[in-house]
Design a protein around this ligand. Structure first.
Ligand code: G1P
Length: 299
């Protein structure tokens, strides 16, 4: 039996400038870059919906209009496809507008991830909610968010997604010091540091971009001083929840061992496209044949 309110809201911060992908992101939001034939952001919204969260709030900024257009109807395109009798493509166009109830709020000043999450406070209210970062793509065959929601419903507080990484990589992530629990994939978080040097890292557990948060996080974020990089860090606010269980704690972690792609990094973005294309029923067979011969020629 769950004693907590059911989680229905997902928050997706999408105000970043996407500088790693310039010039592609000069006039196009990085979230709209295609992974095979779907914008990266659609995978993230689909993930939220398949975990039962169909109220989606995107935190956007200037130049992010295409995101709103993508999740809206496009009557001109739809009627052109209808006239042609192209039901397959029509369904693809309608898929993204039928997915979820979408809301948008703009983050005027880009003051960090913690500040972006704080922009969701009026919409979220006093319920636990999920945060999904667009740069992390979780393979739909390895559901993570649904498990996090389940753990939050059982244990209360907040739940973050963790993944073991090599010591050379930990400086790219928030890092959690943890204790085991009786559930093999769940750990108790007792300390958090944003992007530590390998020598200062309390563990090799990296935060990957999925969170289920207790709404007390908003009170803490309002008081959180800028941290690493001069930005208001979500990790710093979570550290406070982990340290003081009386105000919205505890914090648990779900240790993820499935497939994750970082579409915010150019190399990983290319790898994600190749892997997902190889596995697609429609494109995969031809693409794999070409890829095999390409690799053989190059070696
Ligand atoms: C953010 C968080 C970091 C987390 C990472 C996951 O960093 O601040 O704690 O590990 O996302 O992708 P960013 O990659 O936005 O700099």
């Amino acid at each position: 039996m769950t004693q907590h309110p059911r989680i229905t809201k997902a928050v997706i911060p999408a105000a970043g400038l996407g500088t790693r992908f310039l010039p592609a992101t000069k006039a196009t939001p990085k979230e709209m870059l295609p992974v095979v034939d779907k914008p990266a952001i659609q995978y993230v919204v689909e993930e939220a919906v398949s975990a039962g969260l169909d109220d989606v709030l995107m935190i956007t900024g200037r130049n992010k209009r295409p995101l709103e257009d993508h999740f809206d109807r496009n009557y001109e395109l739809e009627s052109a496809l209808q006239k042609k009798g192209d039901a397959g493509r029509l369904a693809k166009v309608q898929e993204s507008s039928d997915l979820a109830t979408m809301h948008y709020v703009r983050q005027g000043d880009p003051r960090g991830l913690g500040h972006a999450v704080l922009c969701a406070a009026p919409h979220v209210g006093h319920e636990p909610f999920a945060v999904l970062l667009g740069d992390d793509l979780i393979d739909p065959r390895d559901p993570l968010l649904a498990r996090m929601v389940e753990v939050q419903e059982q244990r209360g507080g907040s739940v973050i997604a963790l993944m073991e990484v090599s010591p050379e990589q930990i400086h790219l992530y928030g890092c959690a010091a943890v204790d085991p629990t009786e559930d093999g994939d769940v750990v108790k978080v007792h300390d958090l540091v944003e992007k530590p040097a390998a020598t200062d890292a309390p563990s090799n557990y990296a935060i990957i971009g999925r969170y289920v948060l207790d709404p007390h996080i908003f009170d803490i974020l309002r008081k959180t001083e800028p941290g690493r990089g001069g930005e208001i860090q979500l990790t710093d606010a979570l550290q406070q929840l982990a340290a003081d269980e009386k105000v919205g704690g505890p914090v648990h972690g779900v240790v993820f061992k499935g497939r994750r792609y970082d579409t915010g990094d150019r190399g990983d973005y290319l790898r994600a496209i190749v892997r997902l294309a190889c596995e697609r029923e429609d494109l995969g067979p031809d693409f794999r044949t070409w890829l095999r011969s390409y690799v053989a020629e190059e070696m």
